[in-house]
Design a binder for this molecule. Structure first.
Ligand SMILES: *Cc1c(COP(=O)(O)O)cnc(C)c1O
Length: 474
């Protein structure tokens, strides 16, 4: 098996030490990926007329879910209720949610669409958490009618919950989202716990803590407390500090009201992902151990827990594979023009410094490409110069008909289609060993057709604008 080319670890990246098990797991995952790419070409999922696919490693997803559960089971007192709610926004695909559900994982949703996906996947209300920062009265009413947990983002939302609770009792567990304002990480747009972050009640603002304490005192039905302080680019120590401050607030609320009113703490998600090699780092076990050291009381059985991991569950189990349509040079630099660009890797294309991706090279038969590393660009199909999947990456020289694979793209990449240039959403397929030495694929999402693009772009209303009355001076 070939070791894929990797970027060196970058300064400031909080990659924890890689333990032996996760190194073995990383090697197995890379081997499964190589086999899947070859099988995708052999079985015709990829080819001249199907130049782009998203692939999901079903075995890897199952293992990640099992590792998450095992990590918190090992850290918590026996019998502690723990709900791991997958942040649906990371990979909003119904079959993925169903697979996770089967592996004991629920759903964290933040819009009517995400809630509908979770319900379509069969995730029960009791395993669903609603967190969006802009919930309408109708969404809140639906959530409370279904019994879905809701974390109120702000005082105005709490007013709405008050009104709903007065009009009809609900079995929904209800809480408030707080922002411990512990600071941001290296990616500004993803830092949820800065002083001015838009999420939750900013705890360190004047009067805010007292307001939260009183809110719980006055509402015996507020039984949860929520914070989500991590994300890509945030050091683990800062995440742990956010959790510690949330725990301290729960303790303070319970002291104030004189009983264990807050019975569950939702610590959010946000575990960063290592995009620079196949290794899973940090692991859930490392994070759970760190939390157990930093906030021992959180795990002693007095509180139920909710987690909301997204990226760390799915990122390393997805691969975008794109055919090299043309190989050229510009200014002396080789450029492989592929079918994967801004439409499937939007963040990488618009913010390449924050979101670099590793690329693996495969030949026309889908076999790992051999050969000396050549510094080259891997471009996408969109009509603007910045549409590059990778810049100056050393890879075996990509040639026409080869395939370029963007690794670790199972979360926030190919499932988040961006319709630039009316480029079609690629098909997404899950893969697993077929038990006979080969690879079996399952359709997760059909590729979008050109007819669908026309329909979704107002095709049924072609005459709508020309049919409007014409002004006399036109
Ligand atoms: C996005 C989000 C998550 C998931 O974050 P990841 O970085 O993908 O783990 C969890 N909770 C909330 C409230 C979120 O907004």
């Amino acid at each position: 098996m070939r070791a894929p080319l990797t970027r060196g670890r970058q300064k400031g990246e909080s990659v924890e030490t890689v333990d032996h098990d996760s190194e073995v797991e990383a090697g197995q995952r890379a081997a499964r990926r190589d086999e899947a790419v070859r099988a995708a070409v052999e079985q015709g999922l990829l080819g001249p007329d199907r130049p782009l696919v998203g692939l999901l490693d079903v075995t890897g997803i199952r293992r990640a879910a099992a590792e998450l559960r095992a990590a918190f089971d090992a850290a918590t007192a026996p019998g502690t209720p723990v709900l791991h709610a997958f942040a649906v926004k990371a990979t909003p695909l119904v079959p993925v949610l169903r697979l996770l559900h089967q592996a004991g994982i629920g759903a964290e949703v933040a819009s009517p669409g995400e809630l509908a996906l979770a319900r379509a996947a069969g995730i029960p209300a009791g395993a669903t958490v609603l967190d969006s920062p802009a919930k309408t009265p109708a969404e809140l009413r639906e959530a409370l009618a279904l019994g879905i947990a809701v974390n109120a983002d702000n005082p105005q939302e709490l007013d709405r919950l008050d009104a709903l609770m007065r009009s009809a009792p609900s079995r929904s567990p209800l809480g408030i989202r707080v922002n411990p304002q512990v600071g941001g990480g290296s990616i500004e747009a993803l830092s949820t716990a800065t002083a001015t972050s838009k999420f939750g009640v900013a705890l360190r603002d004047e009067g805010a803590r007292e307001w939260v304490l009183r809110a719980y005192e006055e509402r015996p039905w507020l039984t949860r407390l929520h914070a989500h302080t991590g994300s890509q680019g945030i050091p683990l120590s800062l995440m742990a500090q956010g959790v510690a401050e949330t725990y301290a607030l729960a303790e303070e609320i319970n002291r104030r009201v004189g009983r264990r009113q807050v019975d569950t703490i939702d610590i959010g998600g946000g575990l960063p992902v290592n995009f620079s090699s196949d290794a899973t780092a940090p692991t859930y076990a490392q994070y759970a151990r760190l939390l157990a050291e930093a906030v021992p009381g959180l795990f002693d059985g007095r509180y139920g827990l909710v987690t909301e991991f997204g990226r760390s569950l799915l990122a390393k189990h997805g691969t975008i594979v794109a055919r090299v349509e043309y190989a050229k040079t510009a200014g002396g630099r080789p450029v492989a023009v592929t079918h994967a660009g801004v439409q499937v890797a939007t963040r990488t294309v618009y913010a390449p410094g924050a979101w670099p991706l590793r690329i693996a090279a495969y030949d026309a038969k889908g076999r790992p490409k051999e050969g000396p590393a050549v510094v080259q660009d891997v471009a996408g199909p969109a009509c603007f110069a910045g549409d590059l999947l990778a810049r100056e990456q050393p890879l075996p020289l990509l040639e026409q008909g080869d395939y370029a694979a963007a690794l670790d793209t199972g979360a926030y990449y190919f499932a988040h289609h961006y319709a630039y240039n009316s480029l079609a959403r690629p098909g997404v397929y899950g893969y697993a060993a077929d038990g006979r030495g080969g690879v079996a694929f399952a359709v997760v999402r059909e590729p979008q057709t050109v007819a669908e693009i026309v329909t979704e772009s107002g095709g049924a209303h072609a005459r709508a604008l020309t049919a409007l009355p014409t002004a006399r001076d036109d």
